[in-house]
Design a protein around this ligand. Structure first.
Ligand code: FAD
Length: 397
């Protein structure tokens, strides 16, 4: 341990992937600086789910108390049919999930989860050196420093040299471009509406009150589109993700704003309860074009490596993008935590060997769900629903 305590890492990007990696490296004794382009650290106003694979990593970082204060625990995952809302599949979560996987399935407000990670990075009582967090630090160039040490250069000319540099800068990664890696982005043709609906509006309406039951995580399957919702902050909000064909405007600009009418209209011929729920969204609905990356196992160049959406952005049709980024951070820390400066390149190659194939399988499975979720009514949809009734255990956003 003593030899690795002096290793220094710079992480470009302070999203959920970058912050989990920073905390994981801190636990292994590395000195870490996170460079974030935004003026402050944070996350968008939306929900996020962590299945046991990611919850286990967060709990392993000593965050149980903090996570239990912000999480909502769904008791089931439910799949409904678009036309009448009938339940075609139900997987019990809650204690059964914890018994089966030794870790929970949890929902959070993204900002709460990000804050827990940020606080843990900077808690002076935590293990290892405190993580240095630098906002307003947009990295625009990489240079070579002394003894093969990489240097991140910000747009205002600051230089950050370290033993290892990690690009955790998201789907449009600048670090990836600077490494000279190919453009693997693909447009799915779909977009996601996102909205938070106050839980008290849901509870007050007899047509939607059932959505409070057991804090179920729910996905409705329909022709060419699907709809996901789950409670966060103990019922304070119902988080909505509606995946539909993308409009030209959102496709061009990547994001756009929308209204509750847009949301209702997108599901106009669905079960009435969908409209009853979606009409309660305020007019601050956001729309995000859904891009993903083709599988590409090259994540490393010398002492520079990628993690998260920068190397394996996937459709959110398994709710695994951030969770896979968290797995990256955990493995990266295991590998870097056991080497001295001379072993960094080997450690990074081992990191990719352990992660790229698995993340690639999750990318593929998420893409396959675009077809699986969206069958028009007919033989394939009936066969799918029969599978779900028999307990086939897919995932949702
Ligand atoms: P990001 O979160 O994009 O973070 C990148 C950071 O880098 C940002 O803070 C950015 O400002 C910063 N940055 C960018 N460029 C620079 C630069 N040049 N210099 C410095 N900083 C820079 N995943 C789940 O696990 N569970 C879910 O339930 C789930 N639901 C989803 C629902 C939807 C609708 C969508 C679209 C995605 C969902 N995901 C989910 C996926 C998840 O949101 C992403 O995979 C995850 O946020 C990626 O994390 P990241 O840290 O790799 O990138």
């Amino acid at each position: 341990m003593a030899a690795t305590q002096s290793l220094e890492a710079v992480i470009v990007g302070g999203g959920l992937g970058g912050m989990t990696a920073a905390l994981s490296l801190r636990h292994r004794g590395l000195r870490v600086t996170v460079l974030e382009q935004a003026p402050r650290f944070g996350e968008i106003g939306a929900g996020i789910q962590t299945a046991p694979n990611a919850s286990r990593i967060l709990l392993g970082l000593g965050l149980r108390k903090q996570l239990e204060a912000i999480r909502t625990e769904p008791q089931d995952q439910v799949r409904r049919r678009w036309k009448d809302g009938s339940i075609v599949g139900l997987t019990q979560l809650g204690d059964i999930c914890k018994e089966r996987y030794n870790a929970p399935y949890w929902h959070y407000h993204r900002a709460d989860l990000h804050q827990v990670l940020t606080d843990a990075c900077t808690d002076p009582a935590g293990p290892g050196p405190v993580v240095a967090l630098r906002t307003g630090s947009r990295v625009t160039a990489l240079e070579d420093g002394d003894s093969r040490r990489p240097v991140a250069v910000t747009d205002d000319g600051r230089h950050y040299e370290a033993d290892v540099l990690i690009g955790a800068d998201g789907i449009r990664s600048r670090v990836r471009d600077l490494m000279g890696l190919p453009d693997t982005l693909e447009f799915s043709g779909e977009m996601a509406f996102r909205a938070l609906i106050p839980g008290d509006l849901i509870a007050a309406d007899p047509a939607t009150r059932f959505l409070m039951d057991r804090f179920q995580s729910t996905i409705w399957y329909g022709p060419g589109r699907h709809l996901v919702h789950y409670m966060i902050r103990g019922g304070e909000y119902l988080n909505i993700v509606g995946c539909v064909p993308c409009t030209d405007e959102v496709a061009e600009r990547w994001t756009g704003s929308a209204t509750s009418d847009d949301l209702v209209n997108a599901y106009s011929d669905w079960d009435d309860r969908a409209a009853a729920m979606l009409s309660k969204a305020k007019d601050d609905v956001l729309a995000f074009a859904l891009y993903h990356r083709r599988r590409d196992p090259v994540w490393v160049n010398g002492r520079v490596a990628l993690l998260g959406d920068a190397c394996h952005a996937m459709l959110p049709y398994q709710a695994q993008g951030a969770s896979q980024a968290m797995e990256d951070g955990a493995v990266l820390a295991e590998e870097l935590g056991r080497v001295t400066a001379d072993g960094i390149e080997v450690a990074l190659r081992r990191y990719v060997d352990r992660r790229a194939k698995h993340a690639g399988m999750v990318q593929d499975a998420s893409l396959q769900n675009k077809t699986f979720y969206h069958y028009p009514d007919g033989p394939q949809q009936e066969a799918r629903d029969e599978l779900l009734r028999r307990g086939f255990d897919g995932e949702s956003d």
